[in-house]
Write a protein that binds this ligand. Sequence first.
Ligand code: HEM
Length: 398
Amino acid sequence: MSAAEFLELTDPATFVRHDPRDYWDRIRPAHPIHWHDSPGDLPGFWVVTGFADVQAAYGNAKQLSSARGTVLDVLLHGNDSASGKMLAVTDRPRHQKLRTLMLRAFSPRVLGPVVERVQEQAATLVAGVVELGSFDFATEVAEHIPMTTICDLLSIPDGDRADLLAWNKLALSADSEEADELDSLIARNDIVAYFMDLAKYRRDNPGDDVITMIATAEIDGVPLTDEEIALNCYSLILGGDESSRMSAIGAVKALSENPAQWAALRSGEVSLDSAVEEVLRWVTPAMHFARTALVDLEIAGQQVRAGDIVTLWNTSANDDPAVFDDPRRFDLSRDHNKHLTFGHGPHFCVGAFLGRAELRALLAALVTSVREIELDGVPPRIYSNFLFGYSSLPTVFR
Ligand code: HEM
């Protein structure tokens, strides 16, 4: 295959202009790994496409580091500024200790009430839009669930939530083609500063909440700094907001396009749990994650050198026919469905239970309140080489 047949993966526009799934189906068989040059002076990187190789790379945290960054765009332009402080961009042994601490935020005692609220909220939101006629599912329903869930998880005071939501929207505007990067950067700083203040407050006024838990915990006898606490609180928004939103939007889109699958879900022929897994595989909101090789190693039979950037394409791995039977079929009853949507290994998504619970609550609410799902226009794709999904979804529920 000539270089011209490879797509330019550094350019977000590529993922709007092309169907990434068609592309990976074309590339994967002959190219389980290939080198991708970058434009200008930016470094090139490896592209890993097959399920087994992507999974193995996620599991190989000893040789493949997350500390410089885990998203292609960040790695191409330097190091992640949260390196060594934020869970996702920290390597062992500190990663393991920080993760143990963060996992307290996801204990059944903390999550129980949060999941109950998610179920109530999803039911109320969906019941509210039925019979509205045409509405935007992205803004009317999908946008509200993840951020409320994360705010509940962190016990953000009600009076502060509007500010946090507004900053988060500005911070995310970088996903649009007309992004104002400065506004987005200022909003990110506002969020970190907000969490630093809240961490200080909760340390002096401890409560029974996740931020107090993180703010008063220690690693090797040393408390986390305010910046570390703030970055790790923010990381729950970074990890949990857009990806959950994209799965909800992708779920409704896929159900509208596959009426027989929707009928099977409504009739109870397929379980909600099985449907959740197929939606997660089908949508794969985080298209890739990336690592930096710490040593020379072999991936998919290819020599990779220390210092090289290695990108792992979940979106390709989740369609690998070596693992998934007829992967381009949306099949809610799929029984072998161990997808890589939440990654694998030491950095496996800490919010996976919550992400699944949000999606399950949405599907349950749809089954209860909706008979027919239709799209009312062509939804616009997100402008990103990291996140897959749609920024709006004109929908009709009956
Ligand atoms: C890690 C995807 C929901 C917080 C990850 C990773 C993936 C992922 C693929 C692994 C990254 C890597 O290996 O470098 C998703 C998807 C979600 C979702 C598709 C929704 C459908 C959430 C939620 C939260 C969250 C709801 C928090 C409330 C995190 C954090 C990490 C992570 C903090 C870093 C874990 C570590 O490095 O040890 N996520 N996630 N995610 N996710 Fe999620």
